[in-house]
Design a protein around this ligand. Structure first.
Ligand SMILES: [Zn+2]
Length: 360
């Protein structure tokens, strides 16, 4: 692309006040379809029991290609808390989850020390930081699916609880993590899947992990003044259900420690995990095509005239169901297309249906 054309595109995009699909700029004489999507939901769930106990803020999905982490937190949104309090944020980086990549806009877990206002992750990181700071929680747990198996390779992030320091502000981070690990390991049969504690020593000058000073847990410790732990299962575990199971096992012992009880108890939840993985989750998307409302609950091809205004108004279904326009920047809330649009309906990383619009 030469500079003149690049300048033309940037100019056109900014004049329009929204983004234009660049590949279609050559067809500027045609009348495009204008598409408006709803904002991605920032979901937070509060669950409090009648009995007094502790409280935990549990965060999943900061890395979008770690489904064990966000599914485990999502499943907890279905259960009842009978003692203590849970604050749940299952999908803290929903754009990356829909794209099934670590960071659609770069690594979100390196943006907690500083983030530019123009960064598409800015509203999400700011929202997370506010909740981490303001929520009354005794500790913050950030869930991940890390690469490899720590027990085999001390630099691998899978199957461990990560702490930034042995103790911080008097909080016994190592002691807590190692107690949870020892309890979990009693229930893990495969030697390769046994958990360990990974202390990154983030505060030490000689640390091998200075990058962790930009992370969610470091922010939580230093700015929000709360204990923080990263719970990591392995990306290489053979199934998503097993990843979720190991996350729930770690949570079971954190709940015990922080005096949180649930109905069903997590042991029972783990036994019934299959019911939280429906093969075909139900959904319906309500659109407005030039003021005409249409509700779609499956695949569909729709021919639309030029200059059509398409507005996605409502998405009904389970948490994690959203629309994802194929080939379009997933940060865009409004855009124009010229010939066709494929709107995927996704349940997190999984495509449930495709709605095709052909501009005639
Ligand atoms: Zn991660």
């Amino acid at each position: 692309m030469n500079l003149t054309r690049r300048a033309f595109i940037i100019g056109l995009a900014s004049v329009a006040g929204e983004w234009v699909w660049p590949s279609s700029l050559f067809a500027a004489t045609f009348k495009p379809m204008h598409v408006v999507l709803p904002p991605k939901p920032k979901q937070i769930f509060y669950k409090e029991g009648p009995k007094k106990g502790g409280s935990l803020l549990v965060i999943g999905g900061i890395h979008g290609n770690e489904p064990g982490a966000y599914k485990a937190v999502d499943i907890l949104t279905n259960i009842e808390v009978t003692r203590g309090r849970l604050i749940l944020i299952p999908r803290s980086n929903f754009t990356s989850i829909l794209a099934n990549v670590r960071g659609y806009n770069g690594d979100m877990n390196r943006k907690f020390a500083f983030i530019k206002k123009g960064d598409p992750d800015y509203p999400w990181v700011t929202w997370l930081k506010e909740h981490i700071k303001l929520e009354e929680a005794d500790a913050v747990l950030s869930l991940h699916d890390g690469a490899g198996f720590h027990i085999r390779n001390k630099r691998a992030w899978g199957e461990c609880i990560v702490i930034d320091e042995e103790t911080y502000q008097g909080w016994p981070l190592y002691q807590t993590a190692s107690w949870v690990v020892s309890q979990v390991n009693n229930q893990v049969i495969s030697p390769l899947h046994k958990f360990a504690v990974y202390n990154t020593q983030t505060f030490q000058p000689h640390t091998l992990h200075a990058e962790q000073r930009k992370s969610l847990t470091y922010f939580t410790l230093t700015q929000a003044k709360k204990p923080a732990f990263c719970l990591e299962v392995s990306k290489q575990l053979p199934s998503l259900q097993l990843k979720v199971k190991y996350h729930l096992l770690m949570l079971k012992y954190f709940f015990k420690l922080y005096q949180i009880e649930t109905r069903p108890p997590l042991d029972k939840l783990i036994l019934d995990l299959d019911k939280y993985f429906p093969s075909k989750p139900h959904f319906c998307v309500t659109l407005r095509l030039n003021e005409t409302p249409i509700t779609l609950c499956g695949d569909k091809t729709i021919k639309v005239p030029a200059k059509t205004e398409l507005k996605v108004e409502k998405i009904d279904g389970e948490n994690g169901i959203f629309v994802s326009p194929y080939g379009i920047n997933l940060n865009w809330k409004a855009f124009r297309v010229y010939n066709k649009l494929i709107l995927k309906v996704k349940h997190d990383f999984k495509t449930l249906a495709k709605v095709k619009f052909i501009v005639t």
